[in-house]
Write a protein that binds this ligand. Structure first.
Ligand code: PMP
Ligand code: PLP
Length: 496
């Protein structure tokens, strides 16, 4: 933080959308916040149901005991001890239900924000950032799009990306500009090229936001190397770009070199924090990163709870949006997280022990998937896949050029549309697999089609949709049976 105080933070106000600029603070929340400052202040101002009338006295959630040697295995097999995480309305606990279930600031309760800020500090050590709660990364992302995007704005993203979210920006009038990828994720030099060649006269404002999924990129499963992250951050500085770091798979990393001696000496938290990837947030001296974390993939998607870490200026604007829309996240989740991370629950060290154990189990499933893939699919030479380092996805390449009906048109630079029948054949294959009882997500679902037709027109993404996204999170049987169908289906399809 010494460095951060020396470096002047850039003015980020130009990044705000007209909506964010026009937004007024929620006036009632503003007065409410003032009332919170001085303890003992009598608040007769708010329509807050009285806590003695909440029909909830306590909340008990049964969770795996964190004292098991390998808590995920013990829990999965059903042999493990359990522990109960309790919150009370009136009795002492980490966060009373009296507080958790009341109205509060949109950013969430201080107790929870502080706990997550501490988690962040020990993992990313971000210079000068604020933590605010979300209802998961989908909520956080869609709010960030509104915060930063005006009709006609262009945002950068990976050329295959999580379309469920990027589609949410389209009605806001935001254009997506795809950056080329290889097996290691988005290619920094292509990002630079797009920004450097951007013609504001014909294409409008140069992109000022990058949406990226650095770990287990959805759908390609790639994880950005530290080298690429550094390059991307530097390009973002050079061109004054905000980085939306959507990182729900961050905690699910494989082949980690976790030191037993570090665990013994300093505990699980330190041992994991030492080996988890460096985030964009961790290098963010400018305050241009908005990092989105979620409990969805490490606890459960139904948690609907996540946290956004960003510069105080952007956090304040984001909180204004939340204060005037969804308001603070549900009290149940905030109470549960407080107890779970607190001294009567798993604690932060126990939380990391759970995460480490979860990584081992998903790593085992990934290894099984790759083994079965090797045995039942790859042998034919009709498909191939890289082993993912994190998350849940395998990006399977279909070697369509081996198909008897695969056609390529004459290459000419002027051609803007597809130059092969890749998309048609993939559609056929998708339907064939469906008939055989298998669903894999076709790459076309995730392909960002560049509508401006300029720099990217040679990228011909429709000719590069010969991939499926598959996940290895299912049971061993799902993996064995699914890939058996896949292998057979592929052979039949190619011998057409
Ligand atoms: N509409 C009106 C008229 C209200 O008075 C309130 C709460 N004060 C709300 C909406 C917000 O309600 P909720 O807590 O269900 O979001
Ligand atoms: N972002 C990415 C890249 C995802 O893969 C997902 C979940 O599938 C989400 C966001 C949504 O996460 P959440 O459940 O936290 O809203």
């Amino acid at each position: 933080s010494d460095l951060s105080s020396k470096r002047r933070q850039p003015d980020l106000s130009r990044h705000l959308s007209a909506e964010a600029r026009a937004r007024l603070p929620n006036p009632i929340k503003s007065i409410w916040k003032v009332a919170q400052v001085k303890p003992g202040t009598i608040n007769m101002g708010n329509g807050d149901p009285h806590h003695t009338l909440y029909p909830i006295g306590e909340m008990n959630l049964v969770v795996p005991s964190i004292h098991e040697q390998d808590p995920v295995q013990a829990w999965r097999i059903g042999t493990g001890e359990q522990q109960t995480v309790s919150s009370y309305r009136d009795e002492p606990c980490a966060l009373s239900l009296k507080t958790a279930m009341a109205y509060s600031a949109g950013a969430g309760l201080k107790h929870v924000r502080d706990a997550l800020a501490e988690l962040n500090d020990r993992i990313h050590a971000p210079p000068k950032h604020t933590v605010t709660l979300s209802l998961g990364n989908a909520d956080a992302l869609t709010k960030c799009f509104r915060l930063l995007g005006d009709p006609g704005d262009s945002f950068l993203c990976e050329e295959f990306t999580f379309s469920a979210m990027t589609n949410a920006a389209l009605p806001l009038g935001i254009n997506w500009v795809p950056i080329r990828m290889d097996k290691d994720g988005l290619i920094p030099s292509d990002m630079e090229l797009i920004l450097a060649n951007w013609d504001e006269d014909s294409r409008g404002k140069r992109p000022h936001v990058l949406y990226t999924i650095p770990c287990s990129q959805n759908p390609t499963g790639s994880t950005l190397s530290l080298e690429r992250r550094r390059q991307i951050y530097q390009i973002a500085r050079d061109w004054d770009v905000i980085i939306l770091e959507d990182d729900p798979y961050f905690f699910l990393q494989y082949d980690l070199d976790i030191r037993q001696t570090t665990i013994e000496r300093y505990g699980f938290f330190r041992a994991m924090a030492d080996v988890l990837p460096r985030s964009f947030l961790s290098m963010d001296y400018d305050g241009r990163v908005m990092r989105l974390d979620s409990f969805s993939k490490i606890i459960a998607p139904g948690m609907r709870l996540g946290w956004v870490t960003c510069n105080e200026f952007l956090a304040e604007k984001l909180d204004m949006l939340t204060d005037s829309s969804s308001q603070h996240p549900h009290g149940f989740g905030q109470a549960f997280v407080s107890e779970l991370l607190g001294s009567r629950g798993w604690g932060t060290d126990g939380f990391m022990k759970w995460v480490a154990s979860l990584c081992r189990e998903y790593e085992r499933r990934r290894n099984l998937f790759m083994d079965v893939f090797e045995r039942k699919v790859a042998g034919s030479g009709l498909a191939s896949a890289e082993t993912p380092q994190s998350g849940m996805f395998v990006w399977i390449k279909i070697n369509l050029d081996l198909h008897p009906r695969y056609k390529e048109l004459e290459h000419t630079k002027l051609l803007v549309g597809p130059v092969s029948n890749t998309a048609e054949l993939m559609d056929e294959l998708f339907r064939k697999l469906l008939e055989c009882g298998l669903v894999m997500m076709p790459a076309s679902t995730f392909a960002i089609v560049d509508r401006s037709g300029c720099v990217q027109s040679e990228s011909h993404i429709a000719d590069r949709v010969n991939y499926f996204r598959a996940t290895f999170v299912g049971t061993d049987k799902t993996i064995e049976d699914g890939l058996a169908i896949f292998g057979r289906g592929l052979e039949e399809f190619f011998c057409y």
